[in-house]
Design a protein around this ligand. Structure first.
Ligand SMILES: Cc1ncc(COP(=O)(O)O)c(C=O)c1O
Length: 422
């Protein structure tokens, strides 16, 4: 099942990743616990690289999940990172000592962040709006550099996706409208401190249909062809992220080579000189390689039309069910459980009635207090969105390779949750 970590196996109901028992991992490292199948992540990086080719600029979207060891792994594979904040860029810098292969995205970039990026020799900045241009110019001038920038345009062309993860379309706040983009392009082109380096779209997340990428790239190449006089060097076509990644069942994504071919054919429809492709995959690299382990607490039979299982985590470690109604398949990985199942509601520990991790979870009828529950397809937008709601410490993150279980992010202590209080 392709929504699960590739190296996940079961033995008498107990789950293993790369032959390490997740029951043992949970008792050694505690729960809630984020777990990544490290070999699966490596494989995903390789699959993208094989499908798109070595000369593509890979900018992994840190927003899906970032930690220093992941940045090192990406860097070892010649992948850079797409960042949207000072925190993300500082993480990259501390892991690999350079921001050269980093793309700085986002609707609001503080002057401090822009300066941090430029003064550390940052790669590309994606301009989200026309007001940003003069600020970028000022800071580039002060740093005495000519900063490569790409323009993020909004094509009013959405992906077939959940409204909350749609990032393209007339009523979406991201990017520059195509009719304003010409003016923005000229401003950048006439600037002494900015170097126009390409065009950028991100049409949304969970895009199943590669045709959408082709259409988006066709519009980008048409726009640049029309404004060719303003384009002075090899151009980057940044197709964004949003590659589909299944959450449950037998859903499958298209072969990545089909996405790659669609992107190329969209560009080449209207553009005949040299160019480079940039992509920003997040979820498709990390989501299915990740799991969250919880310990079941009380089983509450006296409320609602099905029993509640109360677990030791919830919306602070995975806000996605509360935020988007996302569904994650749950498994009880404790040994010797019944093959017969019934429906439970699995509730988080937070003081919100919306903190339901799974509304209708099919689990063994003898699921009991102390059992370990495994929530799947939880590698992306979970730890990255974690909070200290109710001053619950953020959970630990571990990776599992063939040879070892290793720490990626340590568990917060109670004291960490008030460390900034005065
Ligand atoms: C600009 C941009 N690039 C890349 C991504 C990553 O998308 P995904 O994780 O769906 O690949 C996002 C997600 O919102 C984004 O806004």
């Amino acid at each position: 099942m392709n929504y699960l970590p590739r190296n996940l196996t079961f033995n008498d109901g107990v789950a293993f990743i790369n032959n390490h028992s997740l029951l043992e991992v949970s008792s050694e490292h505690g729960t809630p616990l984020y777990v990544y199948d490290w070999e699966h992540i490596k494989n995903n990086i390789l699959e993208f690289t094989n499908a798109f080719g070595d000369d593509v600029l890979y900018r992994y979207a840190a927003k899906a999940f970032i930690c220093r060891k992941l940045v090192e792994l990406l860097n070892d594979n010649n992948w850079g990172v797409d960042v949207v904040s000072g925190g993300e860029m500082a993480t990259v810098l501390s892991a690999v000592d350079t921001l050269e292969n980093t793309l700085f995205n986002g609707t609001y970039k503080t002057k401090e962040e822009i300066n941090f990026f430029m003064s550390n020799n940052g790669g590309h900045i994606s301009v989200d709006n026309i007001d940003e241009i003069s600020i970028l110019q000022d800071i580039a001038n002060k740093n005495k550099i000519k900063q490569p920038v790409i323009l993020r345009i909004n094509l009013d062309l959405g992906a077939e996706t959940h409204p909350m993860v749609l990032t393209s379309g007339y009523d979406q706040q991201f990017g520059i409208s195509i009719d304003v983009a010409e003016k923005a392009l000229k401003e950048v082109y006439n600037s002494d401190s900015l170097l126009f380096s390409g065009i950028h779209v991100h049409i949304g997340s969970q895009i199943k249909d590669p045709e959408r990428f082709r259409k988006a790239m066709e519009e980008c190449s048409l726009f640049l062809e029309k404004n060719k006089a303003s384009v002075e060097r090899e151009i980057v076509f940044d197709a964004g992220g949003g590659f589909f990644s299944p959450y449950e069942g037998d859903e499958d994504s298209e072969d990545l080579t089909i996405y790659a071919d669609s992107i190329r054919s969209g560009i080449e429809k209207n553009w005949s000189t040299d160019y480079k492709i940039m992509i920003e995959p997040g979820r498709a690299v990390i989501n299915n390689a990740g799991l969250i382990l919880y310990t079941a607490g009380a089983i509450k039979e006296d409320r609602g039309d099905k029993p509640f299982i109360l677990v030791d985590g919830g919306m602070s470690d995975n806000p996605r069910p509360a935020l988007y109604g996302s569904e994650h398949k749950l498994f009880n990985i404790s040994p010797n459980k019944s093959k017969d199942e019934k429906v439970f509601a699995v509730s988080g520990r937070h003081c919100e009635s919306g903190d339901l991790l799974v509304e209708d979870a099919q689990l063994p009828i003898d699921t009991n207090t102390g059992d370990i529950l495994m929530s799947t397809s939880t590698g992306a937008y979970t730890f990255a969105m974690a909070s200290n709601y109710n001053r619950v410490p953020k959970a630990k993150v571990v990776g599992i390779s063939k040879s070892e279980v290793f720490d990626l992010v340590k568990r917060q202590s109670f004291e960490d949750t008030f460390a900034q209080d005065l």
